[in-house]
Ligand binder design. Sequence first.
Ligand code: FAD
Length: 362
Amino acid sequence: MAEYLKSSYDLIVIGAGPAGSSAARAAAQRGIRVLLIEQRQRIGIPVQCAEWVSQWISHHASFDSKAVIQSVDEMIVHLPEGNDFKFKNPGYMLDRSLFDKGLATSAILSGAELLTETKALQTSSEGILVHQGTKEEWIKAKVIIGADGVHSTVVRSTGKPPLKQLVALQYEVALFEPQSHTDIYFHPVYEGGYAWFFPKRNRANAGIGVIPSKTGLLPKLLNHFLTHLKDSRKLPRIEILSKTGGSIPCEPREQTVYGNILLVGDAAGHAHPITGAGILNAVLGGTMAGTIGAEAIIREDLDLLKNYETEWREAFGKSLQYGLFKRNFLEENWNRREIDFNDLVRKSWVGFKEYHKERSVW
Ligand SMILES: Cc1cc2nc3c(=O)[nH]c(=O)nc-3n(C[C@H](O)[C@H](O)[C@H](O)COP(=O)(O)OP(=O)(O)OC[C@H]3O[C@@H](n4cnc5c(N)ncnc54)[C@H](O)[C@@H]3O)c2cc1C
């Protein structure tokens, strides 16, 4: 492996999540030399995700059908007043580790080289400093794509601060009765966020996301949620199979192109500020960055990289900005007693018509 460390590539992608593998694939397909590096030993593991993705993903990513555990058709939103609201929301429940591995495989088959257990420590316009085993060396690159998630090292190199985030804890539990919809639960104690219950055939992901200042409450809140599920569904018992969690960015970055460095996926704040869903945009933005990066290299015109900023904003920037506007509204009003909590949720959650009300004037 060490010979790679002295090498030079046309384009380097840091992070082999959905954004990075999609970028590497798109760039390699255009025939340039691409290196994808990943700090983990195994792609996609550990899973830090609730594993739901919109059905639109099948138009934008190529992955093995084995990565889909089941389809879901609706989302049911449960408000504390006791009312439930059904929304059409077709999607897939993924085996996220298989999904991520599938995308990385696709990048390799398109010509990208992959280095696992290789961590980017620093980025400059010349290339990146990586740590691999006991070695630290620079790898040269004409274009660098930062796809290294919410705690991005590449972002740190640009000197920009971390984004607004939600923090989540999730348990995978046994599911005694299969279901074909996802459940979303709101409660005043899940501050700034919500709880979810997503089915995966005979298992389910039950989790909660909250604002960072409430992180310490998460285990207690999740136990509260599981007890509520057990009682309301008259379940015999709740059995926990595994635990995970993580942070989700909830604001899009104001700038995602810095010279020859592009930011994609969570590093760019491309998850939806209200729902936290980020897989689809990671794939979309990653593909755009890889395509535009390769184009700029082939045409020897790095000015073309600026097109990435315009392109992702045209595709999903408005929806993220509007989501951020709603997130700020939600957080500002969460603890105001004079505001009806159920009304607040209806104005802030994507499924409700009230969510879209200010869209035309916005
Ligand atoms: C608890 C939880 C539940 C979620 N549920 C959903 C959901 O149901 N649906 C949905 O659409 N989204 C969900 N999300 C959001 C979704 O997981 C992310 O938006 C998505 O993974 C973003 O993809 P990415 O490729 O940008 O980043 P990531 O998937 O985070 O990938 C980044 C990769 O970069 C690697 N890396 C980081 N730093 C370095 C470095 N210095 N050097 C080398 N490699 C590095 C990491 O190891 C990682 O593999 C959830 C997030 C969390 C935390």
